[in-house]
Design a protein around this ligand. Sequence first.
Ligand SMILES: [Mg+2]
Length: 219
Amino acid sequence: MRRKVEGYIFDLDGVLTNTSEFHYLAWKRIAEELKIPFDRKINENLKGVSRHECLRILLGERNPDSSLFEELLARKNSYYRDYIKRITPKSLLPGALNILDCIREKGGRIAVASVSKNTDEVMTMLGIRGKFDVILDGYSVKKTKPEPEQFLLASKMLSIVPGCCVVFEDSSAGIEAAKRAGMLSVGIGSSKRLDSADLVFNGLDKIEFNSMLGKLERF
Ligand SMILES: [Mg+2]
């Protein structure tokens, strides 16, 4: 029997907007202050990962005491919050508004599920907060992607079973979480990096909505 896709769950960073660039700049500033080598290649490993885990990856073998660790986490967030003040509705990635409208027309329900603790503020600044039925941020769950906990919570709050939900993600950790949750997945970015997703597009603007939906409902 063909499934009906009714729940649409979006990651925020790298899918709806590019705050990933602001994360990159904030981590780069921290790395420079600590004199740790850091570039865009290393930054790829930080995508879709919690702030705490990002700092562990950045520090590698270095093991600062817990008060310095906490201070670095707070410092990174304050740099990031400075950068995101520059966000406006123009910061939405191409195709974002269009797909949200297509989903609404089909009667679908929409959630955002992000590890970012600034999700609410970013959504408001982008002017899309009102388009979402459910907003889940970094405070909503204990176990972050690739654990499926947040997507399962989104499914529950949307009142739509996981098998009828599709996740839009730019990170491989997010795609894995969608799979573990028993959901369909659409990778946004390079098909090489996201090859485990059911479908991959180079951006939301590359999606032809009805054709994508037809493919997803045949899986
Ligand atoms: Mg992301």
